[in-house]
Design a protein around this ligand. Structure first.
Ligand code: C2E
Ligand code: CA
Ligand code: CA
Ligand code: CA
Length: 278
């Protein structure tokens, strides 16, 4: 609402002239959120572009809007990274998404679950072991879990990050490059790392059916990905025109408000049921 928008403004933006103070405030807030276990996940469907059928979900982190004045992940994830809190937050995200995936599988819902992993988490040399232990504990098939990493997670970091990624891939996780096209990686680098999926960044999908540049960049990314035998997912699909455009290009999967916003876990079965009725 307009009112809470104003609250958010006054709480986190008023001291913009004092951005250090603002950062400290949010850091304190994130400590509180961890301590009080306030983080929760929502899930956005990923659909087959040929039919619109839901085939997966992406777990996205949230804080209760009222208590945290509408603080969103675009703001708090970078600050959590700076504050050295992303390791702890990221491990909780992974664990909770796996717990949810186990619940879904037990109730007969078989979707791939994508989990975001920050580049900073790759500085932890035990990351692969920690993730694998959780999967063993929950007895989840790793191929049903996709790890979404950004290009810089593996190209910025040391050898260590590439070793970790290789371990995760060898174990059977699906690896997706998130926000593809916004970082440094070129498609020519991709053969050096174990990647399965390219997620085309929302900024290229925006207006892709009309804007001349995007209308040529998107087909180029899809064509080259196919040459490298990688699956392609387009994010930020908001209108039918974009779906038509991407379907024609044989982009396998889509994600965006046209299909669904991120929803609570308990709403996923409802979305699946509604789709099967149509
Ligand atoms: P992302 O990984 O690229 O996630 C997609 C973002 O686009 C989500 O924003 C999603 O709500 C939004 N989105 C989906 N469809 C549409 C659409 O059709 N139009 C528009 N305009 N937006 C759409 P969200 O949830 O606010 O997350 C923002 C970013 O925060 C994520 O971008 C990701 O980089 C980061 N993030 C969120 N959750 C986590 C997490 O658990 N761990 C880490 N490391 N990062 C996370
Ligand atoms: Ca993502
Ligand atoms: Ca993305
Ligand atoms: Ca993005």
């Amino acid at each position: 609402s307009k009112h809470s928008g104003k609250n958010q403004f006054s709480f986190y933006q008023q001291g913009l002239e004092d951005s250090l103070n603002r950062t400290a405030k949010i850091r304190h807030t994130l400590h509180t959120a961890l301590r009080e276990n306030d983080f929760f996940l929502v899930y956005q469907p990923q659909v087959k572009s040929s039919t619109g059928e839901i085939c997966g979900v992406e777990a996205l982190l949230r804080l209760p809007a009222e208590k945290y004045h509408g603080l969103n992940p675009q703001e708090f994830i970078p600050l959590a990274e700076e504050a050295g809190l992303i390791e702890e937050i990221g491990l909780r995200v992974f664990k909770n998404a796996c717990i949810q995936q186990q619940k879904w599988i037990r109730s007969g819902i078989h979707l791939k679950c994508s989990i975001n992993v920050s580049a900073k988490q790759f500085q932890n040399k035990n990351l692969a072991t920690e993730f694998i232990n959780i999967l063993e504990e929950k007895q989840i098939d790793p191929s049903t879990i996709t790890l979404e990493i950004t290009e810089n997670a593996v190209f910025d970091n040391h050898q260590k990050a590439q070793t970790t990624l290789q371990q995760l891939s060898n174990y059977g996780f699906t690896i997706a490059i998130d926000d593809f096209g916004t970082g440094y990686a070129s498609l020519s680098c991709l053969h050096k790392i174990p990647v399965d999926i390219i997620k085309i960044d929302r900024s290229f999908i925006h207006d892709c059916a009309n804007n001349e540049e995007n209308a040529s960049i998107v087909p180029a990314i899809i064509m080259m990905s196919k040459g490298l035998k990688l699956k392609v997912i387009a994010e930020g699909v908001e209108i039918q025109e974009q779906w038509d455009f991407l379907k024609k290009l044989d982009c396998e999967e889509l994600q965006g408000y046209l299909f669904s916003k991120p929803v609570k876990a308990q709403d996923i079965p409802i979305l699946l049921e509604n789709w099967s009725k149509n």
